[in-house]
Design a protein around this ligand. Structure first.
Ligand SMILES: [Zn+2]
Length: 197
């Protein structure tokens, strides 16, 4: 193979990769800092996917037994039946909760598949809909903070009173129901704060 032919092949490959990247159908892998133009994601029907270290999510980390591991996420722009912009969000991974009976670690699988509706900042009050079947409204932004949305959704999905199955607690000494710790209150406090938003 001559050098010219080789170079042509490389250039064609690069062009194909670039075309795929710009096509809007591809998955854009994001780094740790996940902000994006939320309405552009909807307009371009883009998909954004990546992995978020749990240690980066401070409010979530405070509610956990250990802030280890990571969450996989995938978000894509869509519209609902009334042509309103949505972000569809999937989050999965494992977190270590604290058992409220024995205070030891407890594995919990996060598996979220939800949607939020994007609204203009001034329209948030009018658009608010307390129908539980309707997606929650969030403010659209050119620098939409996806990590904050993921953190809110995971916190809301955590069990309020995590505990091992009967007989599975590791520490018999703390196996009474009175073992609700400051961490439990902490989790509850975070959830209350979220609900007041
Ligand atoms: Zn336990």
């Amino acid at each position: 193979m001559t050098k010219v032919v080789k170079n042509t092949i490389i250039i064609r490959l690069l062009a194909a990769v670039l075309a795929w990247f710009l096509s809007g159908d591809g998955v854009v892998m994001a780094g740790n800092d996940i902000t994006f133009d939320s309405l552009a994601l909807v307009r371009d029907k883009q998909v954004l996917a990546g992995t978020l270290p749990i240690a980066r999510l401070e409010r979530l980390a405070e509610s956990l037994h250990e802030a280890s591991g990571a969450l996989d996420y995938r978000v894509h722009g869509a519209i609902d039946g009334r042509q309103r912009p949505l972000l569809k969000l999937q989050v999965s991974g494992n977190v270590r909760l604290q058992c409220q009976r024995c205070l030891d670690g407890l594995a919990h699988a996060v598996d979220i598949d939800t949607a939020v509706r994007l609204v203009a900042p001034h329209a948030l009050d009018q658009e608010y809909d307390d129908n539980p079947d309707e997606p929650d409204c969030v403010v659209a932004s050119k620098a939409f903070d996806l990590a904050a949305l993921i953190e809110d959704e995971v916190l809301l999905a955590l069990p309020a009173y995590p505990r091992h199955a009967a007989g599975q607690c590791t520490s018999a000494a703390a196996a009474g129901d009175g073992a609700a710790s400051s961490k439990a209150n902490n989790t509850f406090g975070v959830l209350q704060t979220l609900k007041q938003k």
